[in-house]
Each structure stands twice: as C-alpha cells, then as structure tokens.
Design a protein around this ligand. Structure first.
Ligand code: AMP
Length: 190
C-alpha cells in the first residue's frame, strides 16, 4: 500500500493536490477537516463537538480525532493506499497512526510536505474564505490561531518523519499543475 501523509500549514494546497493525486495513483483521500465539516453539516454529535473547536481555529482533541480517523480507514479497507490530508497534526496522532497501521500490516510510506511562505498562505486562505464560505477562512484572527496551533503542535511532525527517513519537502508555490508535477516526482518513488 502507498500510504502518504500530505503535510503543510493551512492553505498550503493539501486538499486541492490530494484530489488530483488520488485519481492518478488510485488512492483514497481522507481529509479529517472534510469529515468534521460533513458532521457539522449533518449536526451529528461529533459535528457539534468539533464545531466548538473549529470555530476558534483550535485543534479538535486527539482522542476524538484519532477514533474518527480509524473509522475512516476501516471504511476503506480495500484501498490501494491512502492520502492522509490534515492528519496527523500532533505527535500523539502520529504515534497512534503508526501503531494502528502496523496492526493492519501496513505503514506510512512517506510524508510529503508542501512548503509555502506565510504571507502567501494568508492571502490564499482569505481568498478561499470568500469563495468557499468556510467560516474559519474568513477571519484573520482565526487564521492566525490556526497557524499558532500548527507551529506549536504540528510543525514538529517534520522531525518525527525525518527521524524515520520519510520526510520529503516540495515547493508549494506556483501553478496547481506545476505543483502536482513536483509532487508526482516524489509520489512515484514512494
Ligand atoms: P482543515 O480542513 O485540515 O484545514 O481543518 C479544519 C479544522 O478541522 C482545523 O482547524 C481543526 O479544528 C480541525 N481538524 C482537522 N484535522 C484535525 C486533526 N488531525 N486534529 C485536530 N483537529 C483537526
């Protein structure tokens, strides 16, 4: 199985690129943010809980997120591989993912990180806020808080995967097509 963590700060282009790459490599795309938004829309218990964190730009607690992610993977047990988008976001999540995949007889092939400077991320997120209607993209304070969460809890995962020789950085600035091509060069090797 090709199991890839598509990594990067909010606005790096993970969701856009995962959608393009999943068909090229016949992989399943699991976005934890999308699963939370689906649950919010359908007013499930999980959605109501997740909303209270997402509205502020805070991370949803690990236990809840990990359980939800495991269920998503179980639902796709026949997949050729998975692109994880927005997960893991903490060291606990990364450890839980390693243990869980090992139990399933598989592992993470690599973390592929989209590298984009912060001023471009804010521009992209505010633009997405206007077009997608995502409330957490429409308020610069919320965006800043998401970056803080990323710096404080998520950025460390680069080292987590570097220590396993599984980290691959990719320049995330340019046209969507050019970035897809750069990502494919890495995906082909994994
Ligand atoms: P995203 O769509 O990846 O930008 O995620 C939107 C929001 O969903 C984040 O700001 C978090 O509140 C929540 N979220 C998504 N994935 C996770 C995760 N792995 N751990 C905790 N919270 C998450």
């Amino acid at each position: 199985m090709k199991n890839i963590v598509l990594f990067g700060p909010p606005g790096a282009g993970k969701g856009t690129q995962a959608e393009l790459l999943k068909s090229k490599y016949d992989l399943v795309h699991i976005s934890t943010g999308d699963v939370f938004r689906y649950n919010i829309k359908n007013e499930t218990e999980l959605g109501i809980l997740a909303k209270s964190y997402m509205d502020k730009g805070d991370l949803v607690p690990d236990e809840v997120t990990i359980e939800m992610l495991k269920a998503e993977v179980e639902n796709n047990s026949n997949a050729n591989g998975i692109i994880f988008d927005g997960f893991p976001r903490t060291t606990s999540q990364a450890n839980a993912l390693d243990v869980f995949l090992k139990e399933k007889g598989t592992h993470i092939s690599g973390m592929v990180a989209l590298e984009v400077p912060e001023h471009l991320l804010i521009e992209r997120l505010l633009y997405r806020g206007k077009t997608s209607g995502r409330p957490d993209d429409q308020d610069e304070m919320k965006i800043r808080n998401r970056f803080n969460e990323y710096q404080n809890k998520t950025a460390i995962l680069q080292e987590f995967y570097q220590d396993q020789n599984k980290y691959f950085g990719v320049d995330g600035v340019g046209s969507i097509e050019d970035i897809t091509k750069r990502l494919q060069l890495v995906f082909d090797k994994l």
